[in-house]
Design a binder for this molecule. Sequence first.
Ligand code: TPP
Ligand code: DXP
Ligand code: MG
Length: 642
Amino acid sequence: MSARPQTPLLDQVTLPEDLKRFSDSELTQIAHELRSETISAVSETGGHLGAGLGVVELTVALHAVFDMPRDKLIWDVGHQCYPHKILTGRRDRIRTLRQEGGLSGFTKRSESVFDPFGAAHSSTSISAALGFAVARDLGGQCDGGLGDAIAVIGDGSITAGMAYEAMNNAGHLGKRMFVVLNDNDMSIAPPVGAMSEYLSRLYAGEPFQELRSAAKGAVSLLPEPFREGAKRAKDVLKGMTVGGTLFEQLGFSYVGPIDGHDMDQLLPLLRTLRQRATGPVLLHVITKKGKGYAPAEAARDKGHATAKFDVPTGKQHKAPSNAPSYTSVFGNALVEAAAEDSRICAVTAAMPDGTGLGLFAERYPSRCFDVAIAEQHGVTFSAALAAGGMKPFCAMYSTFLQRGYDQVVHDVAIQRLPVRFAIDRAGLVGADGATHAGSFDVAFMANLPGMVVMAAADEAELKHMVATAAAYDDGPIAFRYPRGEGVGVELPERGEVLEIGKGRVVQDGSRVALLSFGTRLEETRKAAEALVARGITPTIADARFAKPLDRDMILELAANHEALITIEEGAVGGFGSHVAQLLADEGVFDGGLKYRSMVLPDTFIDQASPKAMYDVAAMNAEQIEAKVLDALGIATLDSKRA
Ligand SMILES: Cc1ncc(C[n+]2csc(CCOP(=O)(O)OP(=O)(O)O)c2C)c(N)n1
Ligand SMILES: CC(=O)[C@@H](O)[C@H](O)COP(=O)(O)O
Ligand SMILES: [Mg+2]
């Protein structure tokens, strides 16, 4: 572990109000110390580093000028909030970030009054700020009081439709509120899209300053080069837009761009805006992701997320891997499939690396689409690609696909379009916690008429499912797989096209049948081994499909066993519910079958290791074993003691 940094001024800050005692130059020093403290903390915990380093000065300046928690500071996504947590009474726990029982890696209402609105999914901050501003004006009340509302949103997050829905509404209502556009010219990957190019044009060449009525006077407080920027502003007015920037067209006063690392610009400008704003203001700040830590600044993702690391060298402490990740197996399988079928294309919503599409993008750039943070658009775009005769693989994390759900229903399912949904990060994901858990996709996909829903039990199965999805043209099809490494099974040379709606029995046994859907199969096998020692050899089956169900296999398992237990990494309403429906419809319960369904509990599970989270969910091998014993009415020593 590296020595902790010396932070003499920061040590005098417990809450934002403490910042008010310092001069501007001392605040600059505090920002330096805050950066060192952030680096030091993340080196011990791992987590999102680059975004926080890019907003250190902004964090200090906002807290020094505004009056949190009365003023509501809303960080979009929340992955940049570690410096904010350090300044808002949580420094003593900052080295527990993302650990079990520790601080969340995102903003969280239950954690602090200084987190007025929780986040982790992007592009919600402007809507939230507007809601607070309107509540204030209507005389609403909440913890800490209700003052100004300030959203800080990145150039990546402002690509999502929701941000424009909010600006459209805010411009119309005309309420005083602030949006700080933190433009570091990065998303997780380099940003894509016309909006990104537009923002670049706003600050390309000579910096400029165009202050509207809300911020009149601030110009005189700015350094000389920014005062001269009016010429550039005129170019922009003439060349690109009629009557000002896009933001002005939407009803905001646009201020900027300014250097977001220069406290001598940030502090006076924020003070002026705070004094004078009467309506919605957008302040455009230019920052660097990873600022001030060379290994982060040099990283391709500008240090977006990191394992624990050595501060002097930046070397990350990554555990050696024993098997390829599911994500990479998906990515490679898709590349192989695309080599044989020129209609295969891929869609990602700003997660090209996270979804394993990097190699696909390299090999088939014209067939790979990063649509930016735009899951809704990504789904509908995929639907139309399918309608146009292509074979789109819409690769999204389960949790982010939630945002495109109406599009899944309305544009894909109702039109029976053969979009292939590759659903990554299915189940509990670990350090990102509840906001990123892939808990609901089976429930929300399998209830849609005509949707085929598969879950891979291991990495070989995933390869088969990619081949199956590529071959299936009759309607939409989805397959899900978790974060992290596979179980180490041998990968087949080629994926096999599975028969739709057919599962497989992986072990014959008696008395109890364990029917797994997804990667709990491994834990199920372990539980079965433990049960053998008790004289019970369960049958084990891998359902492969939640929709359509393998009716024959399930009814046979039900007929030939005293108990049937389903296991899945998803919330109630998913695979087990469909099985229960089948059994009920077929009158199987009338014959006395003991049926149990193991699903995620009806609660949001906080961050921990995936294993620990599945313990909380009671879905690991020991708990599967206990469920079997309970269903068969066999008391264990433990249950007798209890
Ligand atoms: C709806 C949604 N889609 C995708 C993500 C994953 N994600 C987290 S941060 C991020 C990039 C955000 O870029 P930006 O807003 O510019 O912030 P920066 O990291 O550059 O500071 C993405 C794509 C998310 N959190 N929410
Ligand atoms: C903040 C955010 O949403 C992403 O950075 C996310 O944390 C990535 O998760 P993975 O590490 O599973 O790719
Ligand atoms: Mg960015």
